[in-house]
Design a binder for this molecule. Structure first.
Ligand code: ZN
Length: 188
């Protein structure tokens, strides 16, 4: 068990498209175990490999789906099909998103209400999960990480500018900044 430091926005790995996993070895298994530990400790409902500084297409999640069933897993080399994103302003109460790489901040963002995630697990068995609501939002958020996109990059104005300002005020947006769950109290 190991908690890994979480990269804060500004680390190039967070802003670069992650590469496909080609080798399914013990190193990958350890990465995934550490990602679960780090997500749990943060605490968070999802974590992408890029957030622990590894540019690979892997994310973990832990959330109760819309039927209240606990869902916890890993997906490697995922594809994501999403439904339509409704137009209009994002809601401050129901669409408020956060990210462990922009710790402690939250902004409203429109997402699709439906998403279908496919990929493989550590044993290279197929993963296929249909999701709605917040579970679908988590998949969209984590999938974006693998393409080098943070949710703050996608915000509508004035939230986009507000987020940019807060990131500057916090002294973020530079390479090499991290926080350690369980040690630094920056959880969101
Ligand atoms: Zn995130």
């Amino acid at each position: 068990m190991a908690i890994r430091p979480i990269c804060i926005t500004g680390n190039p790995v967070l802003h670069t498209r992650a590469g496909e996993v080609v080798v399914f070895d013990d190193e990958l298994k350890t990465l995934v175990e550490d990602m679960f530990d780090t997500m749990d400790k943060a605490p968070g409902v999802g974590l992408a490999a890029t957030q622990v500084g590894i540019g690979l297409r892997v994310f973990v999640y832990d959330y109760d789906d819309d039927e209240g069933n606990p869902r916890r897993g890993v997906v490697i080399n995922p594809s994501l099909e999403i439904g339509e994103i409704e137009s209009g302003e994002a809601d401050w109460d129901t669409e408020l998103e956060g990210c462990l790489s922009v710790p402690g901040e939250r902004f409203p963002l429109k997402r699709a209400d439906w998403a279908r995630l496919t990929g493989v697990d550590l044993q290279q068995n197929p993963v296929a999960i249909e999701s709605t609501g917040w579970f679908a939002r988590i998949f969209q958020h984590e999938y974006d990480h693998l393409d080098g996109t943070l949710y703050v990059d996608k915000l509508a104005e004035p939230h986009f500018s507000d987020a940019k300002e807060i990131i500057e005020e916090n002294g973020w947006g530079e390479d090499g900044l991290t926080w350690l769950p369980g040690k630094d109290h920056l959880e969101d």
